[in-house]
Write a protein that binds this ligand. Structure first.
Ligand code: ATP
Length: 238
């Protein structure tokens, strides 16, 4: 078997003196979608922050053959990991297109950047229509799409997505996940997806991990996790 794109072993993380993760082991395969499920406060967001170098960690984080534990965020981004945080974080006073240009800030090839903006619009036609509109005037779903598009401008190999469905109407969530599935298929993008909407996450994911108070308590193929009776009762509501 080939090495996974991301291989995490014994991951620990702290907020100051407070330990939040206790030895997580997980992989994200090349061109795979992996979802982290768990209740509020379980440590899902913390796991993404740890991978992005935003908090203090210990353990092995190997991405595309590079040990990135303890590496600064800027270098992690340069290696090909893009993080779409909770709450979207678009620049509301700037236009859609200015946000996308900012996403390409680390790149220096204007021709390729312009091409990538058009390619992004092909996936998110709603944004193309609104390219000159201020991001702050977009709907919640459009802002989420913009946050993802901005991350795509980094040409990542792995995208970390934190609660992309948060606060969105069911139809918009369907549309958004359809686009994510397309990106996986057509761009070969790998994703690590944190979701409260477990049903949606399990539909798109290949593998799923369940976190409870900073520890992995279950893992397996998404279909298998989705049919586990305890998971169904706790996270899927049936
Ligand atoms: P949610 O869905 O609510 O985001 P989560 O699974 O993502 O839940 P985390 O946000 O990762 O959970 O939180 C894991 C633990 O770390 C919790 O006990 C939380 O209180 C703690 N924590 C999170 N952020 C901080 C912080 N900035 N400072 C101190 N402790 C924090």
């Amino acid at each position: 078997m080939s090495e996974p794109l991301l291989k995490v072993r014994g991951l620990e993380a702290w907020y100051g003196r407070l330990q939040a993760l206790f030895g997580l082991d997980f992989d994200v395969p090349e061109n795979g979608v992996v979802t982290l499920l768990g209740a509020n406060g379980a440590g899902k967001t913390t796991t993404l922050r740890a991978l992005s170098g935003m908090i203090q960690t210990a353990g092995d984080i190997v991405f595309a053959g590079n040990q990135i534990g303890g590496t600064v965020t800027e270098d992690i981004v340069r290696l090909g990991i893009a993080h779409v945080p909770e709450g979207r974080g678009t620049f509301t006073a700037m236009t859609v297109e200015e946000n996308l240009q900012l996403g390409a800030m680390t790149r220096r090839d204007p021709g390729a950047i312009a091409q990538d903006i058009e390619r992004t619009y092909a996936y998110f036609p709603r944004l193309a229509e609104r390219r000159r509109q201020q991001a702050g005037t977009l709907s919640g779903g459009e802002q989420q799409m913009l946050a993802i598009s901005r991350a795509l401008m980094l040409r990542p190999r792995l995208m970390l997505l934190d609660e992309p469905s948060f606060g969105l109407a069911p139809l918009i969530v369907e549309e958004l996940f359809g686009i994510l599935a397309d990106l996986k298929e057509k761009e070969g993008l790998s994703m690590l997806l944190v979701e409260q909407n477990a049903a949606m996450a399990l539909e798109i994911a290949d593998e799923a991990y369940l976190i409870e108070t900073g520890r992995m308590i279950m893992s397996g193929p998404a279909q298998q996790i989705g049919s586990d009776e305890n998971v169904r009762r706790a996270y899927l509501g049936y």
